[in-house]
Design a protein around this ligand. Structure first.
Ligand SMILES: *Cc1c(COP(=O)(O)O)cnc(C)c1O
Length: 375
């Protein structure tokens, strides 16, 4: 496999290697933990891992559903021939309804006016739209206020063009276990589900669990779980780490394209924010902020199995490495920004820490222009 990857990436100066079998293994771990059907959340280009490739992989590993944020993402999956049920979890313009019906794409409803507009559109094409109703149980984002949920579902009975298949909510603090918020959200959701059930309106699929809740919050599992980050082998948070057995799927690599010894007092990169102290071995990596590397300091790379610092300002398409700790480095050498090399490893979590953000942001920020190679 290593040889194949080398062949594939041979002409690229920087690229991503994505292990789809790791994603499939992570999906099976979640199935084993929760014993629930899994809606694989593959919005945002599958958290940077590649929408269609990951969609095929999760379909092959027994995912029951795909969850995306935007209608365009759902359409791209259908265009690629992926036949799993798909839920668009964000807002969809009513103009998408005819295509949603034609392509069996489910939309989320959380506004009475949108429900009315969806029904109008469905009626116009003589079709029936499948929808999931979103309740806000405390996140303060999308969703009908949970206490108004039963009444809202009752009002949807007037729209025979809508098939209410699901009822769901989203948890704001599931990755911070021990706080009362998640229990409060689940209690509000539970009351809404009970009221809807008592009224004979319980949809077939009730769901609430993101990755963190899929790992540690069985009361959130209901009929279906909706993990995203854990599928990619990335930790939901430092307080909700993945259990053993999950595997990071993505590596980010590049080739050293230049290496020179600069004399003492030599500036490096825009603004001369780094100036050599002695004779220093400075390498150039064809990776910049347009690839998803951040401009701030603290970036690291692996060269020859050693951790080396990125020095000077990160440019749009390049950055510089200080290679005193990699005396054998040569132009053409493989450099790792995320992944393993020898005994050393750099993770998306480490980059996130250095950048003052979260691993989600690191992988979603990996640019479209990075070639992605799959194994
Ligand atoms: C993104 C998202 C998820 C997945 O969240 P993770 O923390 O990545 O597991 C689940 N549900 C909704 C509504 C989302 O927006």
């Amino acid at each position: 496999m290593g040889y194949t990857r080398k062949m594939l990436s041979g002409a690229s100066s920087t690229w991503l290697e994505i292990d789809l079998s790791a994603i499939q293994g992570n999906l099976r771990q979640i199935q084993t933990i929760t014993r629930r059907p899994v809606m694989a959340v593959i919005k945002a280009n599958a958290y940077g891992h590649g929408l269609v490739e990951v969609g095929r992989a999760v379909a092959g590993a027994g995912a029951a559903w795909c969850g995306v944020a935007r209608f365009e993402e759902a359409l791209a999956l259908r265009t690629a021939g992926i036949e799993l049920p798909i839920l668009v979890m964000g807002f969809s313009d009513p103009q998408h309804v005819p295509a949603a019906i034609a392509h069996h794409i489910c939309l989320t409803v959380f506004r009475p006016d949108a429900a009315w507009a969806y029904a109008e559109q469905a009626r116009a094409v003589g079709g029936r739209l499948v929808v999931h109703v979103k309740l806000d149980t405390g996140m303060g984002r999308l969703g009908v206020n949970a206490e108004e949920g039963p009444h809202f579902l009752q009002s949807l009975v007037n729209y025979p063009e809508l098939h209410i298949e699901g009822l769901f909510t989203h948890l704001a603090l599931a990755d911070e276990p021990g706080l009362p918020v998640t229990a409060q959200q689940l209690a509000r959701f539970g009351r809404a589900v009970a009221a809807v059930t008592a009224a004979g309106l319980r949809p077939a699929l009730v769901h609430a669990a993101n990755s963190a809740a899929s790992l540690v919050q069985p009361e959130a599992w209901f009929d279906l779980v909706r993990p995203g980050i854990a599928l990619y082998g990335l930790h939901p948070s430092s307080q909700t780490p993945l259990p053993a057995g999950f595997q990071a799927a993505l590596a980010w690599k590049a080739r050293l394209v230049s290496l020179k010894v600069l004399p003492p007092g030599h500036g490096v990169s825009y603004g001369f924010r780094y100036v050599t102290q002695g004779h220093e071995r400075i390498g150039t990596l064809p990776v910049g902020y347009a690839d998803g590397l951040r401009r701030q300091g603290g970036n690291l790379a692996l060269v020859g199995g050693q951790v080396v610092p990125v020095v000077g300002t990160v440019c749009m398409d390049q950055c510089m490495l200080q290679l005193d700790h990699a005396p054998l480095a040569q132009p053409g050498d493989e450099v790792v920004l995320i992944g393993r090399q020898g005994q050393a490893a750099l993770t998306a979590e480490m980059l996130a820490e250095a950048w003052g953000t979260i691993n989600y942001d690191v992988v979603c920020g990996l640019a479209a222009r990075l070639p992605r190679f799959y194994c």
